[in-house]
Design a protein around this ligand. Structure first.
Ligand SMILES: Cc1cc2nc3c(=O)[nH]c(=O)nc-3n(C[C@H](O)[C@H](O)[C@H](O)COP(=O)(O)OP(=O)(O)OC[C@H]3O[C@@H](n4cnc5c(N)ncnc54)[C@H](O)[C@@H]3O)c2cc1C
Length: 276
């Protein structure tokens, strides 16, 4: 099936992109890598009057250290997350996560901003950003705001982004000496979306564990984290997952199977976080 799109415009600057979005009166969306949007247009899951192409905007590119954060431009592609030396040094969780995303062709076009805006509950990067305590920088013609990752994802393919806003960059706290980063997931085949996945960060403040594939959005396992961070056992933390996670059954896995996998991943990730 062919996509249903009435128009296409290549933004020449961020202001131009805001003007294009504004003039289309809610009937336009930005396109970055196109890896999720084009599929959904082809399947007629969405229909747009105008695609605003932001791929060529230099303001959305670049990876650099500033003010205690690694700033990642929204157009950072998954393949860059996997290979950039600054990412490997300062946020190894993202370097570990990127190769788990889809296949090489998708990773060479798909972008960080696109993945976060798309908010697929089984995607790796949204959960990583919650585990890392990252902040998402978004801008519109009215100005800029920073949204903590834990309040950015609101539900199935739904975020705190307003229609007129574009993700500019993400600020991720730098890994300190002694911190550990681990991501693990269980998939049917390599490159598939995870049935269940877990991103974990251990720092002087304790552990942060963010699950993906278990709900309509990534979930911080708050009860299990409380137990682990107050010296409790992994068995008790696994038991607390009953209260933290409320997965649903779907054609890929039953809710009970997802609960089982979540417990398996908790044990594996905690071994890696404490031994690595
Ligand atoms: C077969 C297949 C398998 C996949 N498997 C996985 C997987 O295992 N894990 C995973 O995480 N992902 C997976 N993906 C999705 C892939 O990672 C996409 O690249 C990503 O989700 C979207 O990035 P994009 O740049 O292509 O965004 P696009 O497709 O261009 O856009 C996606 C959405 O984000 C919006 N958007 C894009 N950029 C911005 C921005 N800067 N500001 C505001 N809104 C923006 C668009 O308007 C659109 O609504 C898969 C995709 C395919 C086709």
């Amino acid at each position: 099936m062919k996509a249903s799109v009435a128009g296409y415009a290549r933004a020449q600057s961020l202001d131009h992109a805001f003007n294009l979005l504004h003039s289309a009166l809610g009937e336009a969306v930005v396109i970055a890598g196109g890896q999720s949007l084009v599929a959904s247009l082809n399947l007629r899951l969405s229909e747009e009057a105008l695609l605003v192409d932001i791929r060529h905007l230099p303001e959305l590119r670049g990876i650099g250290v500033r003010d205690g954060f690694l700033r990642l431009g929204a157009l950072t592609r998954h393949v860059e997350l996997a290979s950039d030396p600054l990412v490997g040094e300062h946020v190894p969780l993202l370097a570990q996560a990127a190769p788990l995303i889809a296949h090489a062709a998708i990773r060479s076009r798909g972008t960080l901003g696109g993945s976060l805006a798309n908010a697929d509950p089984a995607a790796e990067l949204p959960a990583c950003m919650i585990a890392l305590g990252a902040e998402i920088l978004v801008r519109s013609a009215q100005g800029e705001r920073r949204i903590p990752a834990h309040s950015f994802f609101e539900g199935l393919f739904t975020t705190a982004l307003e229609e007129s806003e574009i993700i500019i960059a993400v600020d991720v706290p730098l890994k300190a000496a002694g911190d550990q980063h681990v991501i693990q997931e269980l998939t049917r085949r390599s490159g598939d979306y995870a049935i269940v996945g877990l991103a974990g960060v251990k720092s002087v403040n304790g552990v942060r564990l963010a699950y993906f594939g278990v709900s309509d959005k990534p979930v911080l396992a708050a009860g299990a984290m409380d137990i682990l961070n107050s010296g409790g056992s992994i068995d008790d933390a696994v038991a607390a997952l009953r209260g933290d996670l409320d997965p649903e059954s779907d054609p890929h896995a039953s809710a009970e199977y997802r609960r089982h996998l979540a417990a398996v991943l908790m044990r594996r990730v905690m071994v890696d976080l404490t031994n690595s």
